[in-house]
Design a protein around this ligand. Structure first.
Ligand code: CAA
Length: 258
């Protein structure tokens, strides 16, 4: 259990469930909250009894974006010097898979935060969007890059340039979310998916996540080379011996992350 002002964590078998709790203001992401969140995710990344992380918000909002009241009076130079996105970017350093369980609004920075996660399970009432253009600005936490990579330029631009909100079903059709489930089941579904991942060999899981990220960040040849070397590296693990032996002995493997 790790609780701070805005972030509450519970652990079940191998899975950490992290909740953003600033519900009175729809989980608007101020600097302190994002710092606490990044710190917690990085802490859990180093915990031996955690193999997969679920990140969720409240029923009405996963997060309604960066805290507008915190930014409204800022100048360009203050924003630049504050360098707030350095903290957001540190979430990318988490090696374990993170699943976002999204109910309600995931707007602006909230949508960007969900996209920073590796998978998204959405409740049927979830609403996604990048409304920054309506505030006279643009996404700053990766929205133009991640949304474009995930759903393609024409469809991403339509959402980015109009600020239109989309439903969970539309987000599913566009390939932004993995699955849509009844809202009351959203967190449980995400935890079940996380538990399934947590049963796999931890070293393989981490390297597969890293390789999939290379597919977005690097050219094909670089990604292929990374994949091949990671594949060979896994032959050094006890879990590889256990996984293959268990297959040949027709039993379930028991992985220990070594
Ligand atoms: N920042 C600060 N406060 C916010 C907020 C935000 N992003 N989103 C909601 N709130 C506050 C509201 O001001 C309100 O506070 P009070 O009760 O003190 O008035 C409270 O949360 C409840 O919100 P609403 O009364 O507006 O609730 P609603 O159900 O009528 O509307 C909503 C919900 C459509 C999400 C609406 O709140 C809204 O449009 N929020 C802003 C969404 C937005 O523009 N997000 C992008 C922010 S910029 C960004 O994220 C940049 C980036 O790339 C990082």
């Amino acid at each position: 259990m790790g609780d701070s002002k805005y972030i509450h964590t519970e652990k079940t078998d191998w899975v950490a469930l992290v909740r953003i709790v600033r519900h009175e203001i729809l989980n608007a992401l101020n600097l302190e909250l994002v710092s606490e969140l990044a710190e917690e995710l990085l802490r859990l990344d180093g915990e031996n009894d955690v193999r997969c992380i679920v990140l969720t918000g409240g029923q009405k909002a996963f997060a309604a974006g960066a805290d507008i009241s915190e930014m409204a009076g800022s100048t360009a130079i203050e924003m630049k010097m504050r360098n707030q996105f350095r903290v957001w970017d540190s979430i990318r350093l988490v090696r374990k898979p993170i699943i976002a369980a999204v109910n309600g609004f995931a707007l602006g920075g909230g949508c960007e935060l969900a996209m920073t996660c590796d998978m998204i399970v959405a409740g049927e009432d979830a609403k996604f969007g990048q409304p920054e253009v309506k505030l006279g600005v643009m996404p700053g936490a990766g929205g133009t890059q991640r949304l474009t990579r995930l759903i393609g330029k024409p469809r991403a631009l339509e959402l980015l340039l109009t600020g239109r909100r989309i439903s969970a079903d539309e987000a599913y059709r566009l390939g932004l979310v993995n699955r849509v489930v009844p809202s009351e089941d959203c967190v449980n579904e995400a935890v079940m998916l996380a538990s399934e991942i947590a049963k796999q060999a931890p070293c393989a899981v981490q390297l597969i996540k890293e390789a999939a990220n290379k597919a977005l960040d690097a050219d094909l040849q670089t990604g292929m080379e990374f994949e091949r070397n990671a594949f060979y590296l896994l032959f050094a693990t006890e879990d590889k011996s256990e996984g293959m032996r268990a297959f040949l002995e027709k039993r379930k493997p028991s992985f220990h992350g070594k």
